[in-house]
Ligand binder design. Structure first.
Ligand code: C2E
Ligand code: MG
Ligand code: MG
Length: 469
């Protein structure tokens, strides 16, 4: 059972128990007994946030806090001490909250605070700084004192987000800026959700894809209930006329929100440490289906599974993949593993896992190729067998000379290196014509088929095989 809600009348009193100056003087905890009952579950926290955002004349601050170098604590002391440490952090933060405020742990080492009755950015930043002050005293971990520090991003609601999701996104962008610039607290600029303020802050990176509100528990329950499904999208070789590969793309059939795309939940799954479990389920499911389709007349079909760099960093990764292939009696060459190019895969452990899989015969593909600076370095360091041209180049092919030059260059590089080149995101016939004219014959996209459930792809394969014959 979650902690009880605060009485909104308190909120109406407009009583912020911690003015920044008072706090700086005393440095003491000023929360009420009720405040200290414990952090809220994320669901309850965001429900409360939503209610508060819709209250008349609402004004509040959402603060997202990230503990610096928490990973090092886990590595040095193990997960049990790591968890105890996070509990201590939670207790200290709670001790600085006022009536009407709330705290939750979003997953990993990320906490969120709702500060009630905050009306301007200066107060929000000062209040967040005051709460962070609770972490200044050393923590005693495994009998030894340890100093930690944290960053925080602050967003004012409803000015910078009328709903929890957009407010969280604004606060996270500000947090990103705080981390990039080494500043302890950064506020999102009023009215501008994309660009955080703070003089000298680094420009914002790609917008956070996931302002997801999913908690680790929700995701774990979803895994246990089997709510993650795999959809398949065909990859055509127009040179041979065959469907060469089916790309497996994970979906969450959420009980109330409907079918969710991976961007909506994978980042939360990463934070909750569940991404690998989900990836391995997708792998297992895709291999099981592939076995079925291969035995039903599509003997050379392959399946492509998307993975993250974290998957490759596990010592047992190559062994797990090999075991899955064996269990489903599939040859390694029937499996492609796609790794998005922006995932940094440059540590020795991950590279040796990739090398072992490649030696085994598994095909390693770099996805979304060309959008990040590390592209060519990847080709040099990893045993890559195929590239997928990023959709942004495919979109403009035939219309933008720059896109045509990039596609032509990639055709040249992959041809000389003996790699397969796949164009993804093909939506129009003119793109097919132009790609083929330039020399790229393997493609996937909505023009052929969107990703569809396994039950629908069997018929598609049969029809494609019949028309190729
Ligand atoms: P991706 O691997 O590059 O997958 C292609 C994405 O483009 C898919 O989005 C697909 O639905 C979409 N797409 C395909 N054809 C077209 C088209 O013609 N036009 C447009 N506009 N889009 C097209 P989806 O399924 O939302 O997946 C997004 C990303 O999530 C994937 O990008 C992949 O990086 C990641 N992902 C998907 N499944 C998994 C998984 O099981 N594990 C991991 N680690 N990542 C996954
Ligand atoms: Mg992919
Ligand atoms: Mg892609």
């Amino acid at each position: 059972m979650g902690p009880p809600d605060f009485n909104d009348d308190w909120h109406a009193l407009g009583r912020r128990l911690h003015s920044p100056s008072e706090s700086a003087a005393s440095g003491s905890a000023r929360g009420t007994a009720e405040d200290r009952r414990g952090p809220l579950a994320p669901g309850a926290f965001f429900e409360r946030l939503q209610r508060r955002l819709h209250a008349p004349a609402a004004s509040l601050a959402l603060v997202v806090i990230d503990i610096k170098r928490f990973h090092a604590i886990n590595v040095a002391h193990g997960f049990v001490v790591g968890d105890q440490f996070l509990e201590m952090v939670g207790e200290r933060l709670l001790g600085r909250l006022s009536a009407g405020d709330a705290l939750t742990r979003l997953g990993g080492d990320e906490f969120a605070l709702l500060l009630a009755d905050v009306h301007d950015v200066a107060t929000a930043v000062a209040s967040a700084r005051q709460v962070l002050g609770a972490l200044l005293a050393p923590f005693v971990l495994a009998g030894r004192p340890r100093i930690v520090s944290a960053h925080a991003g602050v967003a004012l609601g409803p000015a910078q987000g009328r709903d929890p999701r957009s407010l969280l996104q604004a606060a996270r962008l500000a947090l990103r800026s705080a981390k990039d610039s080494g500043v302890d607290v950064v506020a999102a600029r009023p009215g501008q959700k994309r660009e955080p303020v703070e003089a000298g802050a680094a420009p914002p990176r790609q917008a956070e894809p996931d302002p997801s509100l999913f908690s680790g528990r929700e995701l774990r329950d979803a895994v246990l209930r089997g709510e993650f499904k795999v959809h398949y999208q065909p990859i055509h070789n127009l040179g041979t006329g065959h469907v060469e590969t089916l790309e497996a793309l994970v979906r969450w059939r959420h009980p109330t929100r409907g079918l969710l795309a991976p961007d909506a939940f994978l980042p939360a799954a990463e934070r909750a440490g569940l991404a690998h479990v989900i990836s391995m389920r997708v792998l297992d499911c895709a291999c099981e289906r592939l076995r079925h389709w291969r035995s039903r007349g599509h003997a050379d079909l392959r399946v492509a599974v998307n993975l993250s760099a974290h998957d490759f960093r596990r010592d047992d990764f190559a062994g797990t993949v090999a075991g899955t292939l064996d269990r489903h009696r599939l040859p390694p060459s029937s499996l492609e593993l796609e790794l998005t190019e922006h995932e940094q895969l440059d540590d020795d452990g991950a590279i040796s896992q990739a090398a072992e899989l490649a030696r085994h015969g598994v095909v390693l593909t770099i996805d979304d190729f060309g959008v990040k600076y590390s592209s060519l370095r990847y080709l040099h360091r990893l045993p890559v067998r195929a590239l997928k041209i990023d959709r942004s180049f495919v979109r403009d092919v035939g219309e933008s000379p720059a896109s045509n030059s990039i596609v032509t260059a990639l055709i040249g590089i992959t041809g000389r290196m003996g790699l397969r080149l796949v164009a993804e995101g093909v939506e129009e016939k003119r793109q097919v014509t132009e790609l083929r004219r330039l020399g790229c014959h393997i493609m996937q996209g909505f023009l052929f088929s969107p990703p569809v459930p396994a039950e629908e792809i069997g018929g598609y394969l049969d029809r494609a095989a019949a028309s190729a014959a």
